[in-house]
Design a protein around this ligand. Structure first.
Ligand SMILES: *Cc1c(COP(=O)(O)O)cnc(C)c1O
Length: 484
């Protein structure tokens, strides 16, 4: 059993255990023989919620029900005892589990492992930041009780501003856990040089927000495993429609499902997906065997960063069309990036889909629209690079602000992943707190605008940028009036 003391199993408890084992065996068969054979879109649409589930348990509801209930009632003390000892599947209390989050978790576990022939599981969290905390904390425990040991981990410096703060302030400054930043994650030697006997895991964000850093996942995973360490990847910007790091050797994926997965923008939501039997140097069999279930049943039960069932179903609903949305928004973004690239008021454009981007070739090795070869539109593998891009405006930070203020259709917000185009200036928003030195480390200049292109027609987004850039030109006299 999971954690805690051995429990006395009564004959009544045993009956519940047997019945549930039969249920679990049938579920495994259904996953193996039915769901795992589906295409990505079918999994995204149905997940594990079947007609049979609906008819037998949920009055035929074709959409997964929202279980707005704090807790679950049990038939008798035997069932309660078996459930609370985690001897049977249970949801018991919504801080631990809930039927709505269950369907959300299974869809994500299956999407992240699409094309992977091992098993994965998922733990839902209240946000992307909670997913990151949930993923890293179990590796930072003291291996021996009451003995203070130096601990470190190695992470890409180009990462989301919140991640930078969690690692630098909460872990390094407040807990004395050293984060060793990798400044060029394409350099395997730099990763290797930062690992020592006290390293607990490797962490990488790809593509990174906002600067689109990238690295060779398979090579970094091999490096991690050669030191008996897990690789944790933040794959928020790609989503499983474009990249599934677990298929390339990563052990754990964290997702800010808030972003492209909940493209409607209905709320904050996160998830952690892990392969079973992961590589790590922590002596804890439950943790190694099924990391996501372990964190869900034990640490997160005790810390409580759980997801609300209402949000789980709203995100699940957005997820059903993830592949086609990522395709559409990626294509729109490429058009916008091509427009900006030739614009004289733009200093540089960073988009992995542009052939002259220094990481284009590496990214093209990994970023593929899932199932494009099965799509009648394409019938062959196609690269797609997501809908996050950034660009620097000629004329410095004031020119960047002037462009930003001139936008009429594109929203000004610290947000991304939306079906609506949204722009941000990271230096004054998402990456404000890490200060100038931290921004320099992460390559974030003050005139950088992050743009996430949505599902609008790209011509309308280009027109908005064009008129805003014209206003900058007349204001800052950089001599680009009439550009284009
Ligand atoms: C937004 C974001 C996060 C944090 O997610 P929240 O859901 O906002 O907590 C983590 N990583 C990346 C790459 C992000 O863009």
């Amino acid at each position: 059993m999971f954690g805690g003391d051995e429990v006395q199993i009564t004959p009544g408890m045993q009956r519940y255990i047997d019945r549930n084992n039969a249920y679990l065996a049938e579920r495994d068969r259904y996953i193996r023989e039915v769901v795992k054979k589906w295409k990505f879109d079918t999994i995204a649409v149905h997940g594990l919620y079947s007609v049979q589930d609906a008819i037998e348990d949920y009055q035929g509801a074709i959409i997964e029900p929202v279980f707005m209930s704090s807790s679950q009632a049990y038939r008798d003390s035997d069932e309660m005892a078996a459930a609370l000892a985690y001897l049977i599947p249970t949801w018991c209390y919504s801080r631990i589990a809930n039927p709505s989050t269950y369907y959300y978790e299974w869809t994500l576990a299956l999407l992240e492992s699409y094309g992977f022939d091992g098993e994965t599981s998922c733990c839902s969290t209240s946000s992307g930041m909670a997913a990151i905390m949930t993923a890293v904390q179990p590796f930072l425990v003291h291996k021996r009780h009451h003995v203070h040991e130096p601990r470190n981990f190695v992470a890409t410096a180009q990462c989301y501003g919140g991640t930078f703060q969690q690692f630098k302030v909460r872990l390094m400054e407040e807990r004395d856990i050293e984060c060793r930043w990798v400044t060029d994650p394409t350099n395997l030697d730099e990763w290797a040089s930062k690992i020592d006997d006290n390293t607990r895991f490797l962490y990488g964000e790809l593509p990174s927000n906002p600067q689109l850093g990238f690295f060779d996942v398979a090579a970094v995973a091999d490096l991690a495993h050669s030191h008996n360490l897990p690789l944790i990847c933040d794959s928020t910007v790609a989503t499983p429609a474009l990249l599934r790091p677990i298929c390339h050797g990563a052990d754990i994926v964290v997702q800010s499902a808030t972003k492209s997965m909940t493209s409607s923008g209905f709320g904050i939501c996160g998830a952690l997906i892990a392969r079973k039997n992961l590589v790590c140097c922590i002596d804890n069999d439950d943790l190694k065997k099924d990391f996501a279930l372990y964190v869900k049943y034990l640490p997160n039960r005790d810390y409580g960063p759980n997801l609300h069932p209402m949000q789980a179903i709203m995100t699940l609903n957005d997820l059903r069309t993830l592949r086609s949305k990522m395709d559409l928004m990626s294509r729109n973004t490429l058009k916008v990036a091509e427009f900006l690239e030739q614009h004289p008021a733009v200093e540089r454009v960073d988009y992995l889909g542009l052939p002259n981007h220094p990481l284009h070739e590496l990214a093209s090795k990994y970023l593929w629209l899932v199932d494009a070869e099965q799509d009648e539109l394409y019938g062959r593998p196609v690269n797609r690079y997501g809908h996050l891009m950034s660009f620097c405006v000629q004329g410095g930070p004031l020119a960047a602000r002037s462009l930003f203020d001139g936008l009429e259709r594109i929203w000004r917000a610290t947000d991304l992943g939306r079906i609506k185009s949204v722009a941000t200036i990271p230096a004054i928003s998402t990456h404000l707190q890490q200060g100038e030195a931290g921004r320099e480390l992460a390559h974030i200049p003050p005139n950088l605008v992050r743009l996430c292109v949505g599902g609008e027609h790209p011509d309308d987004i280009i027109a908005d940028l064009d008129q805003a850039l014209r206003k900058v030109a007349t204001k800052t006299v950089v001599g680009v009036a009439g550009a284009r």
